[in-house]
Design a protein around this ligand. Structure first.
Ligand code: BTN
Length: 329
């Protein structure tokens, strides 16, 4: 997004009426140039109303992401570890941005956030719907001195970190995790995590930790998501995104420190208490193959345990779980 567009959006963000003249003076352009820009902003599905004699109003206002507000709310461990915070109005994918950086100059602790992703991606090649300024689209680059195989439980630890932030905000009841990294509320998806790794021979692994957290998705009308979903606004009302991001970074730094020394072990009991598949009839989809059985929880490596119909315990390191309603016998 161009600087002028961003400037006008910042001025409209308070949700009040602003005349074309006022916006023009503030940004140094003509009223008709303001109108052109407003029309382009409307293409982002922003509810901007234009009323004769009053000007333009962005319904309900919005809170844009600001590095200074995020930084002000970081705790000392995070301030020490976070090397940079890049915020974009629009981007292809925050994960892609940090993966590209990781190949060149990117440092451990680099954060990327965006108001809108036009090619946001989820697990298994699915798209991640990313409407403008509605949710949190967050990625963090982190360097490990371990090989990728030793990081098998990392995505589960990150999932727990996200649930800790949600609990801190009071979302406790009905909160659940579904292996490997879905965060659910009342069985509806609230957040998703996508880890992408670059193995560096002999030196370790660079990991991009991508988190998509639904904050105010419900402000939008037509939402192309093919599974039940919810957002933070629906559960506890609208929350300031900048503070939420800061809380997320603080928790992630904590979690990554703990994981680096102890692996998944310190997170196992929390996983167990939130695990929606435990003792449930589940189906594990790995490629074309489906294994049905009862969920038994996870191992220290982050593998899913399942007792199949022959009473054998099977372990899975990757795949997709679907839950089935247990029919009473
Ligand atoms: C999932 O499928 O559940 C994982 C979704 C991960 C989405 C996030 S949004 C920020 C980051 N950038 C991306 O392109 N994807 C991740």
């Amino acid at each position: 997004m161009k600087k002028l567009h961003h400037h006008i959006l910042e001025l409209l963000a308070d949700g009040k009426f602003h005349s074309g003249e006022e916006l023009g003076i503030a940004t140094g352009i003509t009223r008709s140039a303001v109108w052109k820009i407003v029309k382009q902003l409307m293409l982002l599905h922003l509810p901007i109303h234009s009323l004769k004699g009053k000007g333009y109003q962005l319904e309900n206002g919005l809170e844009l992401l600001h590095e200074s507000t995020i930084r002000r709310n970081l705790l000392p461990p995070a301030l020490k570890k976070i090397s940079q915070i890049d915020i974009f109005d629009t981007i292809d994918s925050t994960n892609q941005y940090l993966l590209d950086k990781a190949k060149t100059s990117g440092k451990s602790g680099a954060v990327c956030l965006a108001e809108y992703q036009h090619s946001g991606r989820g697990r298994r090649g699915r798209p991640w719907y990313s409407p403008f300024a509605s949710n949190i689209y967050f990625s963090l680059l982190w360097f490990f001195v371990r090989d990728p195989v030793e990081l098998s439980g990392l995505s589960l630890a990150i999932t727990i970190a996200v649930t800790r932030v949600l609990k801190h905000y009071g979302i406790k009841e009905k909160l659940a995790v579904k292996w490997p990294n879905d965060v659910l509320w009342e069985k509806q998806k609230l957040a998703g995590i996508l880890l992408e790794m670059l193995a560096e021979p002999h030196t370790g692994t660079k990991v991009v930790i991508g988190i998509g957290l639904n904050m105010t998705m419900s402000n939008h009308k037509e939402i192309p998501i093919d599974q039940p979903w919810t957002d933070v606004k629906n559960i506890i009302g609208q929350q300031p995104r900048n503070l939420f991001v800061a809380a997320l970074i603080n928790e992630l730094v904590n979690t990554l420190d703990l994981f680096e020394t102890h692996g998944l072990l310190p997170f196992l009991s929390e996983w167990e208490s939130l695990d929606i598949t435990r003792n449930q009839e589940i189906a594990l989809h790995a490629g074309e193959h489906i294994t049905r059985g009862i969920g038994l929880g996870i191992t220290e490596k982050g593998e899913l345990l399942l007792t199949d119909s022959n009473n054998n315990v099977q372990r899975f390191l990757s795949g997709e779980v679907s839950l089935r309603l247990v029919t009473p016998s």
